[in-house]
Ligand binder design. Structure first.
Ligand code: HEC
Ligand code: HEC
Ligand code: HEC
Ligand code: HEC
Ligand code: HEC
Ligand code: HEC
Length: 436
C-alpha cells in the first residue's frame, strides 16, 4: 500500500518535471521563423517560388521529418551516406550546393519545418507595383525658380499698371474729358497696395520693387552656387545592369557584407566583382519571366565575363571579358577622408544610418548630403559605447575622472541626465581627422 503510494507520487513528480520538456519539444513556428531568417535560408529559398533552391512550401509532404533534419543539418554528409533522394535532388539543381547548418539542433530544424508548414500563403498575386519602393527625393530648385518668375511677372504688371494710370492722369490734366477714367478705376491688384505705395512715384516704386526681388534672388543664387554645387543628395543614376537592392538585399535578404565585402576591414566598402554574382547567377537565370529565355539583364553579366552558359564544362569562359562600369553614386571630394571600417566596426553603425533604407531601393540613391555639417552633427549627437571598447580606453578614463570630480556638472552628461560620450569628445571635430 505504502509502496504503491510512493510509486504514484514518484510518477506524478516525474511527470511534472518532464511535462515542460515535453511541451518544449513541440515544434514552434515563431522560433522557426526566427531561425529561418537568422540563417539566411531566404537568400536561396522562397516559400512559393524556385529561387536558388526549391520552393519550400509543402516540403514536409515530399520528405519525412528525419530526412529533412539530415538534409538541412548536413546535406553533404547525407548525400555521401548514399541517400538516393538527396543525391537526385542535388543533381537536379546542377550541383548548386546548399550550406551546412550543423549549428542547428534537430529540434531547431523541426521548428523551421513547422514555420514552413504554417506560414500563411500569399494573399494577393504579387504584382510589380512599386509598393515599398523609395521615391527619389526630387530637387526643389525648379520650384523656387518658377516662384521667383511668377513674382517678377506680377511686379512688372503692377508697375505697368501704375505707369498707365499716371499717363492717364497727365492726359486728364490736359484734357478734362478724360477725367471720367480717373475715379478709383485702378486695377484690383493696385487697390490692394497700401495707399502710400500706390501714390508713389513709379520710378521709385520700380527701384524699390526691383531691389525687393533682386536681393532674395541673389541670396538664393549665392546659397545655391556656394553650398549646393556638388551636393548630390537623391542622386540615383541608371546603372549598366538593372541590379536591384530591393530584391537582393530586401526580399532575398542577402547580407550587405556578402557583396560589399571589404566594408569591415578597410576605408572603402567596395563594389562586388561580377564573380560574386555568378555564385548564384550561373544557375539563377530568371527564365520564368522571359518564356524560358535567359533574362537580358543576366545576359549582360555573362557578356561582361565572356561566359557562355551553353559551352562544354571547363570551356564556359572566353578570354575577352569587358568590365561593367557601375556609375559611382557617393563621392566625397579629395580633401575629405572617410573610413568605413571605423564607423561600421568601431562605431558599430548600421549601413542604414548613413545610406538610408537601401534594402527597399530598386535603384540606390544617395540618401544624405555627405556635407561636412552632416558628419559633424552626427559626431556631436551619437553616443558611443566607450566602456566596452579598448579604442576609447583613454577617453573613458578621462570621463570617469571628470564624473567623479564634477559629479552632476560633468560635461559627460547628456541632456537626459545620462552619461553620454560622443565621437566629438574623441577628436571627431578636429579638422585633421577628416582632412588630408
Ligand atoms: C546557398 C544557398 C542555400 C541556402 C543558404 C539554403 N539552401 Fe536549402 N537548398 C539549396 C539548394 C541549391 C537546394 C537543392 C539541392 C542542392 O542543389 O543541393 C536546397 C534544398 C533544400 C531543401 C530540400 C527541398 C526539397 O524540395 O526537397 C530544404 C528542405 C532546404 N533546402 C531547406 C533550407 C533551409 C531550412 C535553409 C536555412 C537553414 C536553407 N535551405 C538554406 C540552397 C540553399
Ligand atoms: C548581391 C550583391 C549586393 C548586396 C547584397 C548589396 N549590394 Fe550594395 N551594391 C551592389 C552593386 C553591384 C552595386 C553597384 C550598382 C548599384 O549602385 O546598384 C551596389 C551599390 C551600393 C551603394 C552605392 C555605391 C556608390 O556607387 O556610391 C551603396 C551605398 C550600397 N550598395 C549599399 C548596400 C547596403 C547598405 C546593402 C545591404 C542592405 C547592400 N548594398 C547590399 C551589390 C550588392
Ligand atoms: C545569393 C544569390 C544571388 C547573388 C549573389 C546575386 N543574385 Fe541576382 N538574383 C538572385 C535571385 C534569386 C534573383 C531572382 C531571379 C528570378 O526572378 O527568377 C536575382 C535576380 C537578378 C536580376 C533580375 C533578373 C531579371 O531580369 O528579372 C538581376 C539583373 C540580378 N539578379 C543581378 C545580379 C548582380 C549584378 C549580382 C552581383 C552584383 C547578383 N545579381 C548577385 C540571386 C542572387
Ligand atoms: C551616423 C553618424 C555618423 C556620421 C553621419 C558620420 N560619422 Fe564619423 N563617426 C561616428 C561615430 C559613432 C564615430 C566613433 C567611432 C570611431 O571612433 O571610430 C565616428 C568616428 C569618426 C572618425 C574618427 C574619430 C576618432 O578620432 O575616433 C572620423 C575621422 C570620422 N568619423 C569621419 C567622418 C566623416 C568624414 C563623416 C562624413 C562624411 C562622418 N564621419 C560621418 C558617427 C558618424
Ligand atoms: C557613418 C556613415 C556611413 C556608414 C555607417 C556606412 N557608410 Fe557607406 N559610405 C559613406 C560615405 C560618406 C561614403 C562616400 C565615401 C567616399 O566617397 O570616399 C560611402 C560610400 C559607400 C559605397 C561606395 C563605394 C565606396 O566604398 O566608397 C558603398 C558601396 C557603401 N558606402 C556601402 C556601405 C555599406 C554596405 C555599409 C554598412 C556595412 C556602409 N556603407 C556604412 C558613409 C557611410
Ligand atoms: C567629421 C569630419 C570633418 C571635420 C572634423 C572637419 N571637416 Fe571639413 N569637410 C568634411 C567633409 C566631408 C567635407 C566635404 C563636404 C562637401 O563636399 O560639402 C568638408 C569640407 C570642408 C571645406 C570645403 C568647403 C565645403 O563646404 O566644401 C573646408 C574649407 C573645410 N571642410 C574646413 C574644415 C575645417 C577648418 C575644419 C576644422 C575646424 C574641418 N573642416 C573639420 C568633413 C570634416
Amino acid at each position: 500500500m505504502n509502496m504503491s503510494r510512493i510509486k504514484m507520487w514518484a510518477l506524478a513528480i516525474g511527470f511534472t518535471i518532464a511535462s515542460p520538456i515535453l511541451t518544449q519539444a513541440q515544434p514552434n513556428a515563431d522560433e522557426g521563423k526566427k531561425l529561418y531568417e537568422a540563417n539566411n535560408c531566404g537568400s536561396c529559398h522562397a516559400l512559393d517560388k524556385k529561387v536558388v533552391g526549391p520552393a519550400l512550401r509543402g516540403v514536409h509532404e515530399r520528405r519525412s521529418e528525419e530526412w529533412l533534419v539530415k538534409w538541412i543539418r548536413n546535406n553533404k554528409k547525407f548525400r555521401e551516406s548514399g541517400d538516393a533522394d538527396a543525391i537526385a535532388l542535388y543533381n537536379e539543381y546542377g550541383g548548386a550546393a546548399m550550406n551546412i547548418f550543423e549549428n542547428l539542433t534537430p529540434a531547431q530544424v523541426l521548428d523551421i519545418v513547422e514555420y514552413i508548414k504554417t506560414a500563411p500563403a500569399p494573399t494577393a498575386p504579387k504584382t510589380d507595383s512599386p509598393v515599398g519602393t523609395v521615391e527619389p527625393q526630387t530637387d526643389s530648385s525648379t520650384k523656387y525658380i518658377l516662384l521667383i518668375l511668377v513674382v517678377i511677372f506680377g511686379i512688372v504688371l503692377m508697375v505697368l499698371g501704375r505707369v498707365k494710370n499716371t499717363l492717364r492722369r497727365v492726359a486728364a490734366e490736359k484734357d478734362p474729358s478724360e477725367g471720367e477714367f480717373l475715379g478709383d478705376n485702378r486695377k484690383w491688384y493696385l487697390k490692394m497696395l497700401p495707399s502710400k505705395l500706390a501714390h508713389m512715384n513709379p520710378t521709385v516704386l520700380a527701384i524699390f520693387i526691383t531691389l525687393a526681388v533682386a536681393l532674395p534672388g541673389a541670396w538664393y543664387g549665392y546659397k545655391f552656387a556656394i553650398t549646393e554645387v556638388g551636393v548630390q543628395k537623391g542622386y540615383a543614376p541608371t546603372q549598366p545592369i538593372a541590379f536591384s537592392h530591393k530584391l537582393h538585399a530586401g526580399e532575398l535578404n542577402i547580407d550587405c557584407k556578402y557583396c560589399h565585402s571589404t566594408v569591415e576591414e578597410s576605408k572603402s566598402a567596395s563594389i562586388p566583382a561580377l564573380n560574386t554574382c555568378m555564385n548564384c547567377h550561373k544557375g539563377v537565370q530568371a527564365t520564368e519571366k522571359y518564356n524560358g529565355e535567359i533574362s537580358p539583364e543576366i545576359k549582360k553579366i555573362y557578356a561582361a565575363l565572356d561566359y557562355d552558359p551553353q559551352a562544354l564544362p571547363g570551356k564556359e569562359y572566353g578570354n575577352n571579358p569587358k568590365p561593367i562600369r557601375w556609375v559611382r553614386i557617393h563621392n566625397l571630394p579629395d580633401h575629405a577622408y572617410f573610413n568605413h571600417s571605423q564607423h561600421v566596426v568601431v562605431g558599430k553603425l548600421q549601413c542604414q544610418s548613413c545610406h538610408g533604407p537601401v534594402e527597399k531601393m530598386e535603384v540606390v540613391q544617395q540618401w544624405n548630403t555627405l556635407q561636412m555639417g552632416w558628419c559633424i552633427d552626427c559626431h556631436r549627437n551619437t553616443g558611443i559605447d566607450a566602456a566596452n571598447n579598448n579604442y576609447y580606453a583613454a577617453l573613458h578614463d578621462k570621463a570617469a575622472k571628470d564624473l567623479k570630480k564634477n559629479q552632476n556638472n560633468s560635461q559627460y552628461f547628456g541632456p537626459d541626465g545620462k552619461v553620454k560620450i560622443t565621437p566629438a569628445m574623441n577628436g571627431g571635430l578636429e579638422c585633421a581627422k577628416c582632412h588630408y
